[in-house]
Structure formats: structure tokens, C-alpha cells
Design a binder for this molecule. Structure first.
Ligand SMILES: [Zn+2]
Length: 179
């Protein structure tokens, strides 16, 4: 639950962010790239390691289809599973009517207590300029939140480069931009 709270805060911070900050929008994160663009993540959680490759499969006017391929070694065998993810344009409405799940204030009145900074991150051979979001120690409702860090870059398909919580690490190791 606490992880979710931290993520919710991160999302609100993104949505209510000022000029300096990065506004994450799942539609734009993919719509600004051509079909075939992809990003590969390494995910580590509770001692397990897996690879996830997100590929922009199809672009339509109101909908983008992503193919998410997950690969994981279990003993001697490898699990290789591909699922589809739909990103709808209608989700891209900004954060005006979104309320904070913790203090129930609308996003526009919400005080962003997270921290933003610039950081360069190496993704494979490429250096990517990122906006780093760090969750505050205490949430808006006074509750302690576990540290969450999220790196974003508009150069990378999907815009997310890295995410770290106490339990989970997700790192882009490769990306390909089709023009
Ligand atoms: Zn709040």
C-alpha cells in the first residue's frame, strides 16, 4: 500500500508539475514515436530478475497498441510471454479532475512535496538527459512514504527511464527510436 501511495504522489507531482518539472502523459510518451520504437527494461523485485521489452506496435488516431514482452528465467526454463497494452488518447486529459488518494485534494490544489532535479543516465551506450523525481519523506497526509525515485526522458519511448523503490528496481538498458 505504501508503495502505491508513493507512486500516486509521483503521478500527482508529474501532473501538477510546474515549468521545471516533467509532465508525464502516457499518450504523448508513445505518440511522439513511430511504430517499431521500443524500450527494454531490466526489472528486479524480491530477488527475481526479468526483462521487459515494450514495443510500439500500432498507432491509430485514438489508440496506441503496445506489445509488452516479458522474459524470465525459472530454473532451467525461460518464461517468454507477450501481452498487449492499449493506450487511449482520452486518458491524456491532464490532471485537473484527478484527486489525491491520500488527502483527497484535487491535483491542482495539491502541494507537491516531492523533489525534481536533472540527471544524466546511461542507457546502454547512450547518455540520456533525465528529470528525476524523488518522493518526499512524508506524504501530504503526514504518513511516512518509502523512498521512490523515477527518472523520465522525452528521448526514450514511453518516457520512463528508471524507477526505484525499496522493493523494486526497473532500469532501461536499451531503446530504439524509429523515425
Ligand atoms: Zn495529497
Amino acid at each position: 500500500m505504501k508503495i502505491l501511495a508513493a507512486l500516486a504522489l509521483g503521478l500527482l507531482a508529474m501532473r501538477s508539475g510546474g515549468a521545471q518539472e516533467f509532465k508525464f502523459d502516457n499518450w504523448k510518451a508513445w505518440d511522439s514515436f513511430k511504430e517499431g520504437s521500443s524500450v527494454e527494461f531490466e526489472i528486479e523485485t524480491s530477488g527475481m530478475k526479468m526483462t521487459m521489452i515494450k514495443t510500439l506496435d500500432k498507432k491509430e488516431k485514438e489508440e496506441i497498441t503496445l506489445k509488452n514482452r516479458t522474459k524470465m528465467k525459472v530454473g532451467d526454463s525461460e518464461i517468454d510471454n507477450t501481452t498487449e497494452e492499449k493506450v487511449k488518447k482520452t486518458e491524456s486529459t491532464g490532471g485537473e479532475d484527478v484527486t489525491c488518494p491520500l488527502c483527497e485534494k484535487p491535483a491542482k490544489d495539491h502541494k507537491d512535496t516531492g523533489k525534481w532535479s536533472d540527471e544524466k543516465v546511461k542507457v546502454g551506450e547512450q547518455e540520456v538527459k533525465c528529470k528525476l523525481y524523488e518522493s518526499p519523506e512524508k506524504a501530504c497526509n503526514g504518513e511516512t512514504v518509502p523512498k521512490t525515485k523515477i527518472w523520465y526522458s522525452s528521448d526514450v519511448p514511453g518516457h520512463m527511464v528508471k524507477m526505484e523503490t525499496e522493493q523494486m528496481k526497473m532500469t532501461a538498458v536499451k531503446f530504439e527510436v524509429k523515425k
